[in-house]
Design a protein around this ligand. Sequence first.
Ligand SMILES: *Cc1c(COP(=O)(O)O)cnc(C)c1O
Length: 329
Amino acid sequence: MDFRSDTVTKPSKKMKKFMFKAPLGDDVYKEDPSVNKLEKTMKKMAKKEAALFVSSGTLSNLLALLSHCKRGDEYICGQDAHIYKYEAGGGAVVGSIQPQPIEFEENATLDINKIKEKIKPDDAHFAKTKLLCLENTHHGQSLSLDYIKEVSAFAKENKLLLHLDGARIFNALIEEDLQLDEICEHFDSISICLSKGLGTPAGSILLGSKKFIKKAIKYRKMLGGGMRQAGILAAAGIYALKYNMQGLEKDHLKASLLSKELNKLKDIEVLSHHTNMIFIKVKNEDLLKKYLKENDILVGGSYNKLRLVCHRDISQEDIDKTIEVFKAF
Ligand SMILES: *Cc1c(COP(=O)(O)O)cnc(C)c1O
């Protein structure tokens, strides 16, 4: 029972069968029917001009940074945003783009006044603030449409481009009861992971204007991400969009139940629970981890903040069993 992340989900037998049968071609020549189909499906769902299939969310975010910003530009993002903290500093290393992180608010938003303070004046001292990046969901927390609209209007007023790291955007759609295009219309670009709760072995989608995606294709090539018969992977995405979407709602229900039961335990503090993610704090953390491991349960997170992520490879019985193990501890 692996609660470390929803990235540990493995392709199901049916998904593998579907991948095996996928029609293939050379995607660098734009001739892979399965990649083309996935990109077309996603751009329709998002009502964006263009979509690009890439190997990972990290590459997708980096392509967005490189395509929006020039050397010496700056992007504003959350202090522990994935695009800044967990992607090996790619924007700075590869693009010479300066990050300007600010603390997230409790509700996973970036405060508009705090953003405003960080936008640099047009002056020889400063990098040019070009891009604002949001994350949805962040630590499982989704952004409201009202906030997204407010930020989008603010970005336009201040001539900032707006990127969304929507690695888990499908979880956000369930939580906020929205359609993909209702969120995407407010962003210049959106990155979406297919390899988290949707259970594909690899792959992300980058969305935006035709002009933006044209640049991203060139950077993808430059970074070694031009894959040939990538349709074998894209097929997993096509399958997931059709059959695995419903599972996400179940993941949220599993997380609700687990969170509720953990909250009843004296020595465990549930710090937060949103969509498919639970963060807890516990005395005797090392002992707990050891005990869980002995009982075939893996949890993620770091000191004083353990993370449990519910996903399609954790069954209802697994949840019940996990609750019993926690109680026994
Ligand atoms: C997982 C994740 C990514 C990166 O995706 P990879 O496919 O693992 O590179 C980006 N942003 C967020 C918020 C994520 O959770």
